[in-house]
Design a protein around this ligand. Structure first.
Ligand SMILES: CCCCCCCCCCCCC/C=C/[C@@H](O)[C@H](COP(=O)(O)O)NC(=O)CCCCCCCCCCCCCCC
Length: 214
């Protein structure tokens, strides 16, 4: 485990996702990115074998952060306002990546798909047997979700990296939220919020036919 892991608690990350949904049922971008940044820090604690994954996540987080720091920052306050602004101004490549290869909409979609994996993975961890293998939970949930969007070489590299994951109980303790039982309880509290963020985004993207953005 890399230095710094002991000062890090996954609770703060999950709390960020609980702050994502506004009273109008909009998804706030800043806490969403804060949640992902925390997950990336956690992933980095698990070892350098995961750095190709965290680098890609960081690239995507930074693309959206740049929009949040631009002249158009208020247009990127929520996922709803981002979609509305980019579509109204023709800022999204709908068929193939060309004029706007890094639109907020296509970049956010990549994180959104990864959130689906996260939701399934955390649920698998929460309900798994004490001595079950995190690597198995991880690869099963990855194959059922994100893998469908990844080329063979990425799937292969991901599969190799998953083998480095510790057992479920060690993994739960690495989360620094107390005992494995306490970590499971925290997952139970946090997961409905993550599911809600996922569901709202999925509905929005489906409504605008954006779920297959190149
Ligand atoms: C705990 C183990 C973590 C395993 C992570 C499982 C997810 C595996 C994802 C593999 C992605 C490989 C990197 C490359 C991806 C890109 O090709 C691909 C497509 O992008 P493009 O359209 O711009 O080309 N990118 C993506 O799909 C975005 C992937 C973002 C992955 C972020 C994963 C962060 C994982 C954080 C784990 C934290 C675990 C917390 C547990 C309590």
């Amino acid at each position: 485990m890399a230095a710094g892991a002991e000062t890090f608690s996954l609770r703060e990350v999950l709390v960020a996702f609980t702050a994502c949904v506004s009273e109008q049922r909009e998804v706030r971008v800043d806490p969403y990115l804060a949640g992902w940044k925390g997950l990336v820090r956690f992933l980095n604690c698990l070892g350098t074998i995961f750095s190709f994954i965290s680098k890609d996540a960081v690239t995507k987080i930074e693309i959206i952060e740049n929009y949040r720091n631009s002249d158009q920052q208020e247009k990127y306050l929520t996922v709803q306002s981002m979609v509305e602004y980019e579509l109204a101004n023709d800022l999204v490549d709908l068929q193939k990546r060309s004029k706007h290869p890094d639109s907020g909409c296509r970049t956010f979609l990549r994180l959104h798909r990864a959130l689906h994996w996260l939701q399934m993975f955390l649920e698998g961890l929460r309900t798994g047997e004490d001595n079950s293998k995190t690597s198995v939970i991880c690869s099963e949930t990855y194959n059922a979700s994100l893998a469908n969007y990844h080329p063979w070489i990425i799937r292969k590299a991901a599969g190799v990296a998953f083998c480095a994951l510790p057992t479920r109980n060690t993994f739960l303790e690495t989360m620094n939220v107390g005992t494995a039982e306490e970590a499971v309880a925290m997952l139970g509290e946090a997961l409905p919020y993550i599911c809600e963020v996922y569901k709202i985004t999925e509905e929005l993207y489906a409504q605008h036919k954006l779920l297959d953005l190149p």
